[in-house]
Design a protein around this ligand. Structure first.
Ligand code: DCP
Length: 137
């Protein structure tokens, strides 16, 4: 049986806290390309590549959008920051948002679309289509 080594001194506890903070910061800065690689590894390790055809991924993503919608269903308008939501509900929301994002990234990959590049170009196109009003100084 593997026994986990526990931090015992104040310095060790601080070290563990520091490491955890670094890992959390790295995770929230993750790129689309890194997520895409993780999804590719995940599918390869399980021999699931055959299931990750574009149409299957699209349907899986829509199913996850349904699960995401359920969290907001019958609540009426929801204010920014979700005041009144329990931590467990917010955590569940994060999971459903992630499922949608992960299937979207995998779908883009399986279609040969570079999502980061496409989304960046689209933002530029949106700005041309909807110019911001010039601010008088
Ligand atoms: N063939 C599959 C099945 C799952 N996943 C991954 C992508 C999603 O992030 C997550 C979806 O898993 P589930 O189908 O188990 O869905 P949920 O996590 O939403 O579980 P549940 O529907 O039980 O709430 O797993 C995947 O890549 N390929």
């Amino acid at each position: 049986m593997e026994v986990e080594k526990k931090a015992t001194t104040v310095e060790e506890v601080r070290g563990v806290e520091e490491e955890t903070k670094k890992e959390e910061a790295a995770a929230s800065d993750v790129s689309l390309k890194e997520l895409s690689k993780k999804l590719d590894d995940f599918a390869k390790e399980r021999d699931w590549e055959m299931y990750h055809a574009p149409r299957n991924l699209l349907l899986a993503m829509i199913a996850e959008v349904g699960e995401l919608s359920e969290l907001f269903m019958w609540k009426g308008e929801v204010a920014k920051g979700l005041p009144g939501w329990k931590e467990s509900e917010k955590e569940h929301l994060g999971e459903e948002l992630s499922d949608v994002l992960l299937y979207l990234i995998r779908l883009s990959d399986m279609c040969g679309v570079d999502l980061g590049d496409a989304a960046t170009r689209k933002i530029v196109k949106n700005a041309v289509k909807y110019p911001a009003p010039s601010k008088s100084t």
